[in-house]
Design a protein around this ligand. Sequence first.
Ligand code: G6P
Length: 601
Amino acid sequence: MCGIIGYAGSRPCAHGVLLSGLKALEYRGYDSSGIASFQCGQIEIIKAKGKISELEKKIKDKPESFCGIAHTRWATHGEPNEINAHPHRVEGVTLVHNGIIENAAALKKAYEQRGIVFKSETDSEVACACLAILYRSEKNKLKVLREAAKILKGSYAFAIMFEDEEGVIYGMRKDSPLILGIGEEGNFLASDLSAFIRFTRNYATIDEDQIVRITNQEIECYDSDLNRVDVQVQKSEMDISTIEKGGYDSFLLKEIHEEGRVVMDTIHHYMKNSLQELSKTMIDLKKYHCIYFVACGSAYHAGVLAKNLIEKYARIRCECEVASEFRYNSPILDEKTLVICISQSGETADTLAAIRMVNKMGVDSCAIVNVKGSSLEKEAKYVLPTLAGVEISVATTKAYCAQVAVCCLLALNSCMDRLSSLQLHTIEKQLQKIDMYIDKLISDTNLDGFVASIMNKKNVFFIGRGIDYALSMEGALKLKEITYIQAVAYPAGELKHGTISLIEEDTPVMVLISDEKLVDKSISNMKEVKARGARILLVIREDLYHESIEADEVIFLPKVSEFLQGIVSIVPYQLLAHHLAAKMGCDIDQPKNLAKSVTVE
Ligand code: G6P
């Protein structure tokens, strides 16, 4: 949710470096962008509405610079236009901001009375004014930043330049990510590593309320009392190919093709050969009376699936709630409750707020999280990593599969004593070749009939029972996210209680069937909609299919244990969303209105 980068370099290449960083951060927001850089002792600002490519066009003829800050925006306060785009400048202070200043309205009034004329509708310009006003009377910039941190409420990561201090960038953060990059030809500040990984692998995290000051040669870090503190420089192992398309038309398609590998990497992190290894690498859920899964978007759907498996096989009560509701619904938590927050980015504001609340209550917390060093990872009592690598496409695919894989292992570990040795052996064998099931499904699935059936339709329904319902929710979300077609998931048996009134001649209904115990029930539900004219697009485990099932189009899933079914069954739905979006000419990796990392509540 908004990406920021700052670069203080030894060579005049700041525009190129910042643009490259913005492109890597574009997943965080892409409705407008801007760069501020030092030009002969003055700060020049260039902004553009739309994608980074628009900014690139405007900046290409400008003289290069040694030092600058840049921003890609996901609008919160004020519509996406050039005026509201960052950087913002008030008097001698220029900044870029990620986050939300919650007391901006009150501060704005007060600052107007002190002579500030605001140009934009943003809270970020108010933050800039706060610094500028403090700087009128206090010339120590560190003290200015420390005072501003006391005044500004909400969340922020700032990169700040003062016009009278050429070549220097200040940064500070609260509840929004900001990390340092330490290079040979300059230093960086950015929302995440991918922004500067092409230039340096050396990085350091910045703690909440710390203030940093970077030049081309130096990095200084201060605590909230302005005492100098050391930074711990680490080396990133990030694979640069993960931030390149590598011959695919979109990151989304590339990331779907990586699913076999990332699921395998994730499983190998917890076990190599035997399921018994899970007792050492997983959390023992049996000591809890209740497990809460808390997450947003796709991660929430992974939680719904986990709840189903754990309740069914381990007989431990589970709840699953979206993070923005969880906090305000007064959940009943005690020392026998474990709250598991699931998040790809580890920075989703609602999920973070949920874990903070849980930690404050003294209740055990756990994070299933993809990004190492993220806030969620740092704040959870227990961490179960997913090893999906960097995911660029805004709509998640491979990271979701890795989350489902961890949920399946968690469920397996909690019910091993209830499974026969034959069942355990079968699951172990299937786990060892789970990547082959996924790869084969990706290469063999022909979705032409499905695509043609949904093309130009206004509504699509996804139905299923049990884990198939959890997967249907994810399938519907994928379709909505990248094709903008209205898609709704329903438990197969529930559709007739109202929603069936929307079924018309040729309305596409996606039916997912992977559970032998529920197959007959789901087929009855399928017939109910078929009788009302629906076009049935069936995704079914191959061994459950027989000729008398009247579907208009069919795709087959391999038969694997129910624990692993979720990892493979989602693949056709992800491919379907991709193929439709490609045919409709949609922007697959950067769908409208979305952002990958939603760092506002
Ligand atoms: C945003 C994205 C979704 C994602 C959700 C949760 O809304 O657009 O695709 O599932 O955030 O993100 P997280 O990083 O917490 O998994």
